[in-house]
Design a protein around this ligand. Structure first.
Ligand code: BTN
Length: 243
């Protein structure tokens, strides 16, 4: 497998897309010490200071239809939260679809980008950003109240190499299982790591805002929300958990 290592890039997702278009094989990793234009979901930026986190992207070429791509993101969230628990002891939760939080504060963000034809995926880039050894005072003011790091929560410096190794092992074993047996086992693990299920949530975007109780995810990875007028299925969007 190829690992492309950079000290400094705009965004590991951009590099990964570039080499995926140049036929990089499935499983290729792009990792950087720092990103100076790290990207988040919803056109937001992603704070990616030098040597303080794990900023990386994985190229997959799953034999799925484009509609099944969100499952890869759920799989990545399960792999990362299991590896974090194993290496650091910090028990994070997954907020649908793919934020990893500790006590309501963000530790990990995942940005999945895809190139597809009507019925086949050319490639999927799963970009993962993990706040590993960032001190609370180092976060920019506008995200400081919403963000934390593994070092803050574990109370010690965390080895980025140990954590990245564990994540790649988890990802490989989950993905191998998915290719052989389908997504059911990932969905089960996703449910057990979820902090969204059972909560009162507000959905922003798509067809307008609404609230309800998040009751489950279905086999496509969509969030099912019980509202006053029935069950709504949400495939994409921003979901906030209400107190
Ligand atoms: C989010 O929560 O909004 C998603 C953040 C994703 C950040 C990662 S860091 C590695 C990869 N490269 C990027 O530019 N973004 C993703």
């Amino acid at each position: 497998k190829q690992i492309h290592y950079f000290t400094d890039v705009h965004s590991t997702n951009n590099e990964a897309k570039r080499i995926a278009m140049a036929d990089a094989p499935e499983g290729t990793i792009v990792v950087a010490e720092a990103q100076n234009r790290g990207r988040g979901r919803m056109s937001r930026g992603w704070f990616s200071p030098f040597a303080k986190g794990i900023w990386f992207s994985v190229i997959l070429r799953p034999p799925f239809s484009p509609a099944e791509a969100p499952k890869c993101t759920l799989m990545a969230a399960v792999a990362v939260s299991s590896a974090i628990q194993q290496v650091t002891g910090v028990a994070c939760g997954i907020k649908w679809p793919n934020d990893i939080l500790y006590q309501g504060k963000k530790i990990v963000g995942i940005l999945t980008e895809m190139s597809a034809e009507i019925d086949v995926i050319n490639y999927i880039v799963i970009g993962i950003g993990i706040n590993v050894n960032i001190g609370q005072e180092e976060f920019p003011a506008e995200i400081s109240g919403l963000s934390t790091s593994l070092a803050i929560e574990a109370g010690r410096k965390i080895s980025r190499l140990d954590l990245l190794t564990a994540i790649l092992q988890q990802l490989e074993s989950l993905y191998t299982g998915v290719l052989a047996n389908g997504f059911a086992s990932v969905l089960g693990e996703w449910r057990s790591h979820s902090i969204t299920l059972g909560q009162n949530v507000e959905v922003l975007g798509g067809t307008g805002n609404f609230t309800g109780i998040a009751v489950d995810i279905d086999n496509d990875g969509a969030l099912l929300i019980q509202t006053g007028s029935g069950v709504e299925k949400v495939l994409a969007g921003d979901v906030s958990i209400r107190p």
